[in-house]
Design a protein around this ligand. Sequence first.
Ligand SMILES: Nc1nc2c(ncn2[C@@H]2O[C@H](COP(=O)(O)OP(=O)(O)O)[C@@H](O)[C@H]2O)c(=O)[nH]1
Ligand SMILES: [Mg+2]
Length: 240
Amino acid sequence: MKEYEIYSNLKVPVNSKIIIRLDGRSFHTLANDLNLIKPYDENFYKVISEVCMDLFKEFSPLFIYTFSDEISLLLDKVPFDGRIEKLNSVFPSFASSSFVIHYNAEFKKPPAFDSRVIPIADEDIVKYFKWRQDESWRNCVNSHGIFHLKNKYSNAEANDKINGMKLNEIHELLFQDGINLNDIETYKKRGIAIYRKQKKITGFNKKENINQTSYRSYLYTDWNVEKFSEKFFKEIDVIK
Ligand SMILES: Nc1nc2c(ncn2[C@@H]2O[C@H](COP(=O)(O)OP(=O)(O)O)[C@@H](O)[C@H]2O)c(=O)[nH]1
Ligand SMILES: [Mg+2]
């Protein structure tokens, strides 16, 4: 019967780095069910960052980036021999279970994430993450805009208004009403990055009677991440 499993040998290109992007399934409904604070729920973000931590510890990616209900993982050593079926089932199910463990709430439905695998050339890594970070900013402006407009208008009117507006117009409207998006927390604008950092450790070597310095890497959740650039990814050793 093995011959019926016709997709099981579908693999990512050998030696290619990949990005796996997970996205919460119908999290709009989940947000309503769990009464998430609008436009940004700090606890939801805390939980998603813990999911990213679990993913990092389990699969040792180079880098993880998250905003809203999506998580992008950059992997250089691809597990499961690069098998797409494995990658697209194990990563999202692992994330879903982690989400449930950390959320610790009464869910109306089991939460799920979808998953896609994106082979990525080294020179496109920065471009990819800049693209997602731009989306995080769009999401930030739009969700603050719609939240604000719904306080003044009916839901339908607010939706109509926001759909006809450009990002800078929403930004300006909020500004006129005393809300300056430049002042809100960085993670709401730029998302959260998880990566390895080096810690300097200085110890005294008794035998040699000297101070010695060594470096140990640790996982860092960056709630204050800068705007993505080539410089940033070089500094954190994700690209050469
Ligand atoms: N209230 C609230 N909702 C959130 C938050 N983060 C994400 N969401 C919800 O998650 C959705 C994610 O977008 P998308 O993936 O396009 O929608 P989906 O198909 O319903 O998962 C948003 O539209 C919001 O409804 C949050 O911090 N607060
Ligand atoms: Mg979603």
